[in-house]
Write a protein that binds this ligand. Structure first.
Ligand code: ZN
Length: 353
């Protein structure tokens, strides 16, 4: 093919992409900022890594696209260009999953989706390599999107054949068409191990620390605790209200426990939004059962006041040692994750570990 022919073909493709976006994108929505990139050379995978883990500047992306002699256009704030470039740069070297996307008939776009929840639950049983289908505790069907987009549902999983099987299990309104994508969903690709002192806003991190402030619940139902490490500082960790039952796990943590927290970092106030937690060690907790017993008369001693110890009124013997009992911890060590309904797309479900 001559260079000229090639250019004409790319132009043709660009015209199709352009008119499709301009006809269908909901530009009036503030979160709709599309962009397209057509290039014959793949940008370095580092661009992908940067995009999912750090902050990428639009001007750097545009510069890169010029270097690649790409055909591209960003609409509105043009952030779609970053996603488009990062997608092209991605290579499934470390991990990957698949998503079968089923599309709706055009006349149904914007109307309520008709999908039988029972059939979605059946996928969980019959197709074990699929994930994030249904949230049983919160009765939430996770395969359908919330937006008025043309997608009817998306089935995520590790096995292409099983996704096709799942497709025939789902009972729904008529499917216009479907396609299977290779994706980075459920891979934890966004996470990087960090020391607490190195953590910066907008990163997604894995950090280990000891609980140095007990969990407490603030207005709105969010649960906060602090982790620290003698040498490397401290940071707050938050389980937000939408993480529902996950907060009950977090509330059981106690000063001294060793945890590894997975999540994204918000700026103000600086805190980790927890997606997963690996509870590595639980300290032995003791609780006071009763006042010390006098070794002479066998009666319980009386308290002499706060932090003053105890004394037997009859024998005048003093003691500071109360009768303790090991407290039962309502937690066991191991991984815990937010429920399916609160899971971010990139977050790796425990069933994939
Ligand atoms: Zn006594």
């Amino acid at each position: 093919m001559t260079k000229l022919n090639e250019e004409m073909d790319v132009k043709k493709i660009e015209n199709i992409v352009k008119s499709t976006i301009e006809k269908n994108a909901k530009m009036e929505n503030k979160n709709t900022n599309p962009g397209y990139v057509i290039t014959q050379t793949r940008p370095s995978i580092e661009i992908y890594e940067q995009s999912v883990k750090k902050i990428v500047l639009l001007k750097d992306i545009k510069q890169l696209l010029k270097l690649h002699k790409a055909y591209y256009k960003g609409y509105k704030n043009s952030r779609g260009l970053i996603g488009a470039t990062a997608s092209i740069a991605w290579l499934p070297i470390r991990d990957k999953t698949y998503e079968l996307i089923a599309y709706r008939e055009e006349k149904k776009w914007g109307t309520d989706r008709i999908i039988d929840d029972k059939s979605v639950k059946r996928i969980d049983k019959q197709c074990p390599s699929t994930f994030d289908n249904y949230d049983y505790k919160n009765k939430h069907n996770r395969i359908t999107p919330n937006s008025p987009c043309p997608i009817l549902y998306g089935l995520r999983g590790d096995d292409v054949e099983e996704l096709k099987k799942a497709f025939y299990i789902v009972k729904s309104e008529p499917v216009h068409s479907w396609i299977i994508f290779e994706t980075n969903q459920g891979t934890d690709d966004h996470l990087q191990k960090k020391k607490i002192s190195e953590i910066k806003p907008y990163q997604s991190i894995i950090a280990e620390g000891i609980v140095i402030k007990n969990p407490y619940t603030i207005k709105g139902g969010h649960v906060i605790f602090t982790i620290g490490n003698d040498s490397t500082g401290k940071i707050d960790c938050v389980a937000y209200e939408p993480t529902k039952q996950f907060r009950n796990i977090i509330r059981e943590l106690f000063v001294g426990d060793l945890v590894e927290v997975y999540g994204s970092v918000r700026e103000k106030p600086l805190a980790i939004n927890i997606e997963k937690i690996n509870i590595k060690n639980l300290i032995a907790m003791v609780e006071k059962l009763e006042n010390p017993v006098c070794p002479i008369c066998g009666k319980h001693m009386k308290s002499k006041g706060k932090n003053q110890g105890y004394k037997c009124i009859l024998c005048k013997i003093k003691s500071k040692k109360v009768v303790e009992r090991k407290k039962v911890r309502n937690l066991i060590i191991g991984f815990y994750e937010v429920p399916v309904c609160a899971r971010r797309h990139l977050s790796k479900p425990l069933k994939r570990f």
